[in-house]
Structures are given as C-alpha cells and as structure tokens.
Write a protein that binds this ligand. Sequence first.
Ligand code: KG4
Ligand code: ZN
Length: 352
Amino acid sequence: MLVLGIESSCDETAAALVEDGRAVHSNVVASQIETHRRFGGVVPELASREHLRNIGYVVWRAFREAGKQYSEIDGIAVTQGPGLIGSLLVGLNFAKAMAYSLKKPLVPVNHIEGHICSAFIEHPAVEYPLLALVVSGGHTSLIFSPEPEVYQSIGRARDDAAGEALDKLSKFLGLGYPGGPIIDRLAQRGDPRAFSFSIPKISDGSLDFSFSGFKTAALRHIEKSAIKPRRRPGAKIPQKVVDLVASYQQAIVDTLVRQTARAAESVRPRSILLVGGVACNSLLRRTFTEAFEVSQTGAGAGSSARKISVYFPKPSLTTDNAAMIAAAGTPKLRRGLPVRLDLNAYADLRLC
Ligand code: KG4
Ligand code: ZN
C-alpha cells in the first residue's frame, strides 16, 4: 500500500511517500528555520503563510523523488493535530483537496502517534508492550502502548517541553535558534558538573515532568557568574557559558531518563522508544542506551533476565517529517475507514 503523508503542524512543511508503512520512497521537508530565526522562535502567522507557499511544491517533489504518479497512491494520511491551528489547516485542506480530486481515501493522524510510529519504519521488530518517550519542542510525554494503536498517557510536561527549555536558554544566551542542536554541540566541550541544577521532586509521585525550575536556576547562575548574552553571532563563547549549557542539558537528560526508568519499572515494557526532535540529542541517546539496553533481572530468586530494547529513529525521521505520518496512517487506511471530507484540525488534539 503506497501512502502519501502530509505534515504541517509547526514550522516544517513535509510530504513523503511510504510503502506498507516501512519503505520510504521519498521524505521531503521544507524547513522554515530561516524565516523564524531572527525572532528566536516560531511566529504562527508567518508559519501558516510559509506552509501555503511551500505545500504544493513539497508534495510535487515527494512524488518526483519517489518516481511515482499521483494516481499510484492508495491513500493519504495527514496530521490533524496537535499543533499550530493555522499551520495544521494548510496541510489538512491540501490533503482533502487531493483526496477529493484523486478519489483516494484520507485518514487523519495525531502528530504524537506519528512520532511514535517513526520508530517502526526502520525497526519492524519493535515488540509490545512498549513505552515511548516523546520529546520535542512542543511535547514531553511518556506513553504506554500495550498493543498497536492503543495508547495510555502516563506522564507529561507540566510546564515547558524539553525542547522548549533548551531553545529558551539558547535564545537568552544569544547562542542561536533552534537551541537544541546548538546546545548539544556546545555541551560536548563543557563540564556538566560545573553548575548545580537540582532535579525537582514531583511530590505526588507522578511521572510528569517539570523543566521551568531549571530555567529559573539557570537565570540565577547567569546573574551570579555575571554571564552576558552573546551580542554578535560568531563571537567567541566563554567557557563558563559552555559549562552552563552542559550542566543544564545534563539536568534535563537526567530528568528524562529518571522518569522513563520509573515508568519502565511500573509498566514493564519490552521496548522503549525515544522519539521527537530532542531524541536527536547525543547525550540523551547515549544515556538512554546505557540505562536501559541491559538485561534487567526480574524480581525474585530464579526469575529469568528480561531484556528491554531501546529504539530511536535516525535524525531525518526523528524531527518533524511526513514519513512518520504515512507510517501511522497506513494501518488506518488498511482498515478502509470512510473518506471524510468534513475533517477538521485541532490545535490541542489528544492521543490519549
Ligand atoms: O519534533 P520536532 O522537530 O518538532 C516538534 O514537534 O516540536 O522537535 C523540535 C525540537 C526543538 O526544540 C529543537 O531544539 C529540538 O527538537 N532538537 C534538539 C536536537 N535537535 C533538535 N534538542 C536537543 N538536541 C538536539 N540534537
Ligand atoms: Zn513533532
């Protein structure tokens, strides 16, 4: 089954052709980073306009790179939410128009389910039950999935998402946009123990996340150490700034790993997925593998060792893309859900 995926929930206009949810024939992404860089974050109105400008070309390009005709697809999967409403509507309406004119079925996909399914594209052997940590600019969620397409939310961000926390510190220090990859690179030559960030205890014992305390602690360190934001791109970055971002990143990674470990203890998954843009982070990937990809001895004498496998997609499938939307939509299209041209987009669409 050949599926066209369309994704436009934030600042990436994306289209992909994927066969049977696995073979990626094309995966085209038009990034808007340059448009939003001077504002230090995504400007929703500009994002919608950029999507409108790019969507036709991006979809055309996905077919051209795959060497396929429009008539060859079996269906279309499109992101319905969550995301920026103006951005979502561009992709959704484009998908509806295509479905109508080509007389092809159309299914809506939750962006978070897309991120989870991004791991199945290269790893068909992922075993259930699984635990997914979805970490991106807009989301930090722990989701338990006992079987395909069944999801239970077991932890979520109470304030800033992990990516947002990285982006905000980078913006404040004048290091550039988006902050995640910049901090990832810089931190490699910093001392992660130079500044202290105490990991907050969430007193009700929940598996939620809170990163806003790290932001306040970072501001205190900045003030105490008389750190000045960088004024000019390309200016030398002092070692204490490098150490600060390394310590901040370490605290965020430690929090993500600690909550995932607690969740894994309670739901006992066979697989752990690390997905979403922040899953590109090299320290997070390394720490996750070290923490989880070991044989875990079950409780009680004589019980057999239990191995948890950790999966993370390659970077082009980790940050926002449409291949993951096509992969998530494929089983829904297979079930032959009716074509719904009255579909709407929802900024706060929930997965579970
Ligand atoms: O999944 P994504 O492309 O979009 C959303 O759904 O939000 O994630 C974007 C986020 C941004 O916050 C960006 O800074 C972060 O992912 N990111 C990273 C890295 N690459 C992207 N964060 C940490 N380390 C990276 N290498
Ligand atoms: Zn995303």
